[in-house]
Ligand binder design. Sequence first.
Ligand code: NKO
Length: 243
Amino acid sequence: MGTVIFWIIFWIVIAVLAFCPLYFIFLFIVGLFVDMNKEYEHDSKFFRFLLTNSTAVAAKLIRIRVKVTGRELLPKDTRYLLVCNHRSKFDPILTWYAFGKEQLSFISKPENFKVPVYGRIIHRCLFMAIDRENPRNAMKTVNRAADLLKRGEVNVAVYPEGRRNYDEGLLPFHGAMFKIAQKANVPIVVMTAKGTYEIQKNFPLHRSHVELDVLGVLSAEEIKGMKTTAIGERVAGIMNKNL
Ligand SMILES: CCCCCCCCCCCCCCCC(=O)OC[C@@H](O)COP(=O)(O)O
């Protein structure tokens, strides 16, 4: 009996080991059909599926368990701007994986579009590069994001801290990010991510437990006419209660 179990486990391991490189080669080939110079106007169900599904495989292999709370707070009748604290490069990856059906398109530093294979997939899924050094260029991304929301194409996600925070608490917010929701007249969904920073330390010996908590929604009416600094204070207040 032991021998049979051994061979079953053996072939499962072989299958997984063979599957990953084959899946990656498949992602590489389909990625070649993405035009990186084209600004796509519509999301792609196919590439969105590949983004979420391949991440699901990776999350299992990296032994990450994601617990989501507050999913019921997500607006159903309107698109929204999701804002979250930022501690790790795993934050966006586990967020688009845990909220696969929410069609989240992230505002990202340009370098991420150069990541092999995934740079093309996120481009096709309407992720937007932002120039963090040039406010005028950054406003172009703000307007593009507001346009995608207004047209109801996708939900947009952004880290208002602008970069990863290696300390406790929150970094100062880039207020212009909240303008996206005001321009599109949509609500702001406030979330925190916890446990992502430890993933790198845990892998491969330990399992990682990540918590994504949807904490509250600032309605479009509520934020209309508010100063972005005041919106920032509201958002920080909600996040800090859970950090
Ligand atoms: C199997 C899954 C593998 C996925 C690989 C995906 C690689 C593409 C990542 C796209 C991430 C999109 C959103 C990122 C938001 C962003 O760009 O925030 C900036 C911070 O991050 C890093 O800034 P910094 O702390 O200054 O380095």
